[in-house]
Design a protein. Structure first.
Length: 321
């Protein structure tokens, strides 16, 4: 089997696939208040298209797949896609990132289809703040979703929390307690600048500051625990806490991923507007061209993001975070 390696020596074995740009929330850091014009369904890759693409990618060394969105569970029959992916030789893990609201309906089907793990995005345990951050979500729906994950027996669940100064930074330790009481890892993510939050610096709180807050209550010890991404893990008595520092250069040095958008573009870096259109090759089931385009996207993968000096993706929901 071949292995994708970029020109900076990084092994690319992980892909995030955005299955839809649609979402039932409008999180303040991710989507405009009035939403976006959804891409017409007929422009999206079908699940068969995605599975074809992955078959080719797996031959090039892609082993782990994350399904994301928008909200991936608003696209119907996601379990069908998962079943297809699980049959692809070389794919070792399929996981899902979700806002959690639709898990009471779908958790069992996802488990039966072979989904390996779920990450739930949860920024607050306050109903009022939850509404403020998501603009239209209900915290209770996510909590019910989390119950459903445990009920059907998923393991290694994670919580992802974007921390924002004056909005949810007072809840960091409460969120740790919540996650660890369920034996989940929790990962704190620095806010990434997008066009949606021109005053992002007002809300930005660094991982160093987050760690200082945690240290006031917990003893923390750095570990070499590794998961799929560039998060750095610390051990607390009650469980693990991960830190994701998108703005730091170390984050880029550990990058092992490419992304596929719901419309069939390979995105080599979250922090650059570089896209490689692979849709026609996929639709024509042209393995050779698909392979060439995957290799090309890895070839042009930049060393570092340009989040601070390039106006990047105005909506994270279109590319899956
Ligand atoms: N809807 C799903 C969810 O919320 O988990 C999947 C898609 S969402 C775009 C994926 C992740 O991106 C979420 O954890 C979200 O918090 C994160 N995200 C979106 N915009 C962000 C930003 N500006 N800064 C940091 N993280 C962001
Ligand atoms: Fe939707 Fe996830 Fe973006 Fe929130 S972060 S608007 S839930 S896609």
């Amino acid at each position: 089997m071949e292995q994708l390696i970029d020109k900076f020596g990084r092994k690319i074995n992980y892909i995030r696939i955005s299955v839809t740009d649609r979402c039932n929330f409008r999180c303040i850091y991710c989507m405009p208040k009035n939403g976006v014009d959804w891409k017409p369904m007929e422009n999206l890759l079908t699940y068969e298209d995605m599975a074809f693409f992955l078959k080719v990618a797996a031959r090039l060394g892609i082993e782990k797949v994350k399904l994301t969105g928008g909200e991936p569970l608003v696209r119907k029959h996601l379990d069908n896609l998962i079943s297809m992916i699980k049959e692809i030789d070389g794919i070792k893990e399929v996981s899902l990132t979700t806002n959690g609201t639709m898990l009471p309906i779908y958790a069992k089907r996802l488990k039966n289809a072979g989904l390996d793990r779920i990450t739930v995005s949860l920024d607050t345990l306050s109903k009022e703040k939850f509404k403020k951050i998501t603009r239209m979500g209900e915290l209770d729906d996510v909590l019910k979703g989390i119950e459903a994950i445990d009920d059907v027996g998923f393991k290694k669940t994670k919580i992802n929390t974007v921390v924002m100064k004056t909005i949810n930074d007072s809840e960091i330790t409460d969120l740790i307690d919540f996650a660890h009481s369920r034996r989940y890892d929790i990962r704190f993510i620095e806010l990434m600048p997008t066009d949606l939050i021109p005053d992002w610096q007002k809300y930005f709180i660094s991982i160093k500051q987050i760690k200082d807050i945690i240290k006031k209550r917990f003893d923390i010890e750095k570990t070499d625990k590794k998961t799929n991404g560039p998060s750095v893990y610390y051990k607390l008595e009650s469980g693990y806490v991960g830190f994701i520092t998108p703005l730091s250069k170390a984050f880029c040095a550990a990058c092992n991923r490419i992304r596929l958008s719901s419309e069939g573009e390979i995105i080599a870096c979250l922090g650059h507007n570089l896209k490689v259109d692979v849709k026609n090759a996929i639709k024509n089931r042209n393995e050779e061209t698909t392979e060439k385009l995957i290799k090309y996207s890895v070839e042009i993968k930049p060393k570092e993001h340009a989040m601070l000096n390039e106006s990047i993706h105005s909506s994270m929901s279109a590319i899956g975070g």
